[in-house]
Write a protein that binds this ligand. Structure first.
Ligand code: FAD
Length: 432
């Protein structure tokens, strides 16, 4: 009998919690990846960049496994059908995987667990994607935190670096990988897709984090790590990232990684916040949802160069600087009074680092409806944001090449002062 290790968003062999436990069980381990048709069938672009990223990572996994006399079993089907096939092909004693916190994944995993357990196969999942799981950092009374600062304090108190940040030494146990080099990774074309031409950020982040606190807020400077896509798909281990921050005593950067754990925990305990405002009153806001204005925002044609630069960066490279994610999200939900859910969905479609937990968290933060959000009356002024964070207009000029100076730029689609008043009124009315 074999143990199957199922890769999902943990696409690396090194320091992989679930894989480590699978190998340590002492059975031959067959590694598996499923291109899930439930997800792939919904993709709009043939050259979807995230699918390309995953395909490259999966191909690399297979290459590495082949070096060790094994290979990656790859299925292209719905998860249920894939598992029905696998159950027919192998005698399996257990299935091991790493936990996924998104509502769709949780539901899928519950279905697969039931399917496997019906045939007497155990399904076990491990923590790998976060430092602390959804039930590890609780308030004294045993309930989840909803405010970041006390959560962070407790997170830091609980951290035992030699334990929580220690890599899982998978390599020591590679001799337990099943001996079979015959599997092959299907091409993107065979699944009806093509390769995206996007260039993905590399995995190095050590040199950035030294100056991070000073440079992180300036979108014109390459001052953040750009590892979000790697953390999303597990091509970098979160333990490795957090250990580097810890060793470098880089508190600001560690703080950002703690936000990531925090939002993952929030999504687990409050999965309904994917669709609903965390603070229910905020669902009474009367959104304008003007289609033309939404289109202008999506395409970077709002007449506010800092907003336009952000949206064009997103549309071009599938990534946007954090400061500008806040500015563009605030602009959509407040200046244009367009429902944050529409913005969240647009980011979800475009971001290569799309994480439901952080994206919903970020959007609810900007729209003030989140658990620990910016107060509703704080409305980012695009002009002031530009002066503070892009003083030499480097970022704007990079992403809006036709920009010369403010007087020659197309008229803003809304006047800042009037839009601000309108937003304040709409929010006040809803919260009365
Ligand atoms: P760095 O600044 O180098 O930070 C290191 C890592 O910390 C990031 O890779 C990320 O994993 C984590 N991190 C940083 N900031 C945050 C944050 N505010 N919340 C949670 N984790 C954070 N991040 C995503 O990974 N996926 C998303 O879909 C996403 N959507 C967002 C939407 C909005 C409206 C906002 C305001 C923020 C969003 N973020 C999201 C958070 C943040 O903008 C990105 O993580 C960051 O810009 C990624 O770039 P980096 O890797 O260079 O980050």
């Amino acid at each position: 009998a074999v143990t199957i290790f199922w890769f999902r968003r943990d696409l690396r062999l090194d320091d992989n919690a679930g894989l480590y436990h699978a190998l340590k069980s002492g059975n031959p381990v067959q590694c598996l990846f499923i291109f899930d048709r439930n997800i792939l069938d919904k993709l709009e672009d043939q050259d979807d960049s995230r699918l390309t990223f995953i395909h490259l990572a999966v191909t690399e996994l297979d290459r590495e496994l082949k070096k060790h006399g094994s290979s990656l079993l790859v299925k292209y089907n719905t998860a249920e059908k894939a598992w029905e096939d696998i159950l027919g092909e192998f005698t399996i004693n257990k299935v091991i995987t790493n936990r996924d916190y998104e509502p769709y994944a949780r539901e899928r995993d519950n279905r697969i667990k039931a399917l496997l357990e019906n045939t007497g196969v155990e399904f076990i999942d491990f923590k790998d994607h976060v430092i602390f799981d959804h039930e590890e950092v609780f308030k004294d009374g045993g309930s989840p935190y909803t405010v970041f600062t006390p959560y962070k304090r407790r997170w830091i108190e609980k951290l035992k670096p030699q334990f929580h940040l220690k890599p899982y030494p998978t390599k020591k146990y590679f001799h337990f990988l099943s001996k079979n080099t015959k599997n092959i990774v299907p091409s993107l074309e065979s699944m009806g897709f093509t390769k995206s031409s996007l260039k993905f950020p590399d995995k190095k982040f050590e040199d950035i984090i030294d100056d991070y606190a000073k440079t992180r807020d300036y979108p014109g400077i390459d001052g953040t790590s750009r590892i979000s896509v790697h953390l999303r798909f597990g091509t970098i281990s979160i333990r490795d990232a957090a250990a580097k921050a810890y060793e470098a005593k880089e508190k600001t950067w560690l703080n950002e990684l703690i936000w990531r754990d925090f939002y993952s925990m929030i999504l687990w305990h409050f999965p309904e916040t994917v669709h609903k405002a965390f603070k229910p009153n905020y669902d009474r806001i009367q959104w304008r949802n003007n289609e033309k204005e939404f289109e202008a925002w999506c395409t970077g044609q709002t007449g506010y160069p800092i907003v336009d630069a952000g949206m064009r960066q997103l549309n071009t490279i599938g990534w946007m600087h954090n400061r500008i994610r806040m500015v563009t999200a605030s602009f959509l939900s407040k200046h244009l009074l367009i429902d944050w859910r529409l913005g969240e969905a647009y980011f979800a479609k475009k971001l290569i680092d799309y994480e439901q937990a952080s994206n919903v968290g970020g959007w609810q933060w900007a729209a003030s409806s989140g658990n620990d959000a910016v107060p509703y009356f704080r409305i980012f002024n695009p002009e002031i944001q530009t002066k503070k964070f892009d003083p030499d207009l480097k970022y704007i000029k990079e992403w809006v090449p036709e920009f010369q100076d403010f007087s020659k730029y197309p008229q803003p689609i809304v006047d800042h002062k009037a839009a601000r008043e309108r937003a304040l009124n709409a929010f006040k009315k809803a919260l009365k």
